[in-house]
Design a protein around this ligand. Structure first.
Ligand SMILES: *[C@@H]1O[C@H](CO)[C@@H](O)[C@H](O)[C@H]1NC(C)=O
Ligand SMILES: *[C@@H]1O[C@H](CO)[C@@H](O)[C@H](O)[C@H]1NC(C)=O
Ligand SMILES: *[C@@H]1O[C@H](CO)[C@@H](O)[C@H](O)[C@H]1NC(C)=O
Ligand SMILES: *[C@@H]1O[C@H](CO)[C@@H](O)[C@H](O)[C@H]1NC(C)=O
Length: 423
């Protein structure tokens, strides 16, 4: 059926790719989820390539810088920076306030950038006088190096969850930025588990709270109180068995960015393709239904940026927090790994009363992953909440914070206003 549609060649190439890849001994699971570690199949870009993030930022007329930061435990992280706005003339302007973005699950810096200056917050902030930095979590397309381990060959590389992002990565990134800019604090903008990581940092390394001027928490996954929907239960149930099977096969880098995969999904989910409704059902059942804010003509483009890869343990951590409703470190369900990671058999829940940086909590009514009930509970546990803000649009869902058609008017203007207010 697929072959009778427009762009026949693209679709044919995709089908061919599936056929060819099975000839090379790839399993279907590997095709969907990711490569086995140690097979030597490169999924990461060559260092000489200009990153997609850089292409996006430069093509929109903004300056771009890439910085490398090492964490205490040896991970080499790639930070992206838009140091000034498009129309900025002088280089020795007065000090610019810093805005640090942290993406959510399986995403990367460029998911904040691909729609351009008319829509995306980093450009708006750069033009509003901010020094904009975008973090990339360890294990994604941009942050896949380590001082000792090779992410394509060494399973050790992939043994981390969101805990390490909060414990090691964010502190290293914040120290690096503050050192370079000679500033004392910054604005932190986190989406979903990106925001969660800052709460982990604030409880594990409380001395870093003073370095966050204001934390804009967009649909943060912290405590989950709401009744989990039927599709989410199905999804969690199948993920548990999928996770066990991929770990057993040494597939630890899950959903890395792969051209053939994006093109295949893009071809199945594009506008005017009869299979698009299946993609929409899948997306809406995960993040909440919002046909008004979600522009389906973006799907193919979005898929060339998302997913961008992560560790199977990090995705498990997010699912564990979601399923259990508790805000605590990942239980590896393996005493040896728990011991290795936490120097103890388990760790208690993160203590939110230690997280005393100012937080502004933002949620959407249409978000089925993080609901008002969850946000209210998180608010009750945090010592310095400066606001709890409902996005003024009935169906605003989890993903709309990143790609909602009117996110600029509904969310971003409010965020810039709050940042200007909390100088
Ligand atoms: C930068 O310079 C151009 C031409 O020299 C001028 O038109 C523009 O207004 C200046 N922009 C700012 C923000 O000063
Ligand atoms: C701070 O930055 C300077 C360069 O600006 C560098 O030489 C120094 O090592 C940095 N210090 C830390 C702790 O990163
Ligand atoms: C959806 O995106 C397409 C392509 O960017 C654009 O032409 C169209 O106007 C958008 N539709 C809405 C309703 O925003
Ligand atoms: C959490 O931290 C607060 C503030 O330091 C402390 O009073 C409280 O006992 C801690 N709670 C737990 C469960 O450790």
């Amino acid at each position: 059926m697929v072959l009778h549609l427009n762009g026949v060649s693209t679709r044919f190439a995709c089908v061919l790719a599936v056929v060819l890849s099975s000839c090379h001994g790839f399993s279907f699971t590997e095709f969907i989820v990711g490569p086995r570690i140690g097979r030597g199949i490169a999924v990461t870009p060559k260092s000489s390539q200009i990153s997609l993030a850089q292409q996006l930022v430069n093509s929109n007329g903004y300056p771009f810088e890439e910085h490398e930061v090492s964490s205490e435990d040896g991970y080499i992280l790639s930070l992206h920076r838009i140091p000034k706005g498009k129309f900025e003339n002088t280089t020795n302007k007065p000090r610019r306030p810093i805005a640090l973005f942290q993406h959510g699950l399986l995403a990367s810096s460029d998911a904040f950038l691909f729609r351009g200056p008319e829509y995306d917050l980093p450009y708006l902030l750069a033009d509003a006088g901010y020094d904009v930095w975008l973090s990339n979590m360890r294990g994604n397309i941009y942050s896949n190096k380590h001082q000792i381990f090779d992410s394509e060959k060494d399973p050790e590389y992939w043994k981390f969850s969101l805990h390490e992002v909060g414990q090691y990565d964010l502190p290293a990134i914040i120290d690096y930025i503050l050192n370079i800019t000679k500033e004392h604090s910054l604005y932190f903008l986190g989406h979903s588990v990106g925001s969660t990581a800052a709460f982990i940092m604030g409880s594990m390394r409380p001395q870093y709270n003073a370095k966050i001027k204001l934390h804009l928490a967009l649909a943060p996954l912290v405590y989950v109180l709401h009744e989990i929907s039927f599709p989410h239960k199905v999804f969690l149930g199948s993920s548990v068995s999928l996770t066990q099977s991929v770990v057993a096969r040494n597939i630890l880098n899950v959903f890395p960015r792969r051209d053939y995969f994006s093109k295949l999904l893009g071809a199945l989910c594009g506008n005017g393709v009869p299979t698009q409704f299946l993609c929409l059902i899948f997306i809406y059942s995960l993040v909440g239904i919002d046909g008004e804010q979600f522009n389906s003509s973006y799907i193919p483009e979005f898929l060339s940026y998302f997913p961008a890869g992560s560790s199977v343990y990090l995705t498990s951590h997010a699912m564990q927090m979601y399923a259990e409703g508790d805000f605590r470190p990942l239980d590896y369900q393996n005493p040896f790994m728990n011991l290795q990671k936490y120097q103890g058999l388990s760790l208690p829940s993160y203590n939110l009363s230690l997280v005393d940086h100012p937080v502004s909590l933002h949620y959407g009514d249409g978000d089925t992953l993080v609901t008002e009930e969850d946000i209210s509970f998180t608010e009750s546990r945090l010592p310095r909440v400066v606001g709890k803000v409902r996005v003024p649009f009935t169906h605003f869902n989890h993903m709309d914070f990143m790609v909602g058609s009117d996110a600029k008017d509904l969310v971003y203007k409010e965020l810039i206003y709050l940042m200007n207010k909390h100088r």
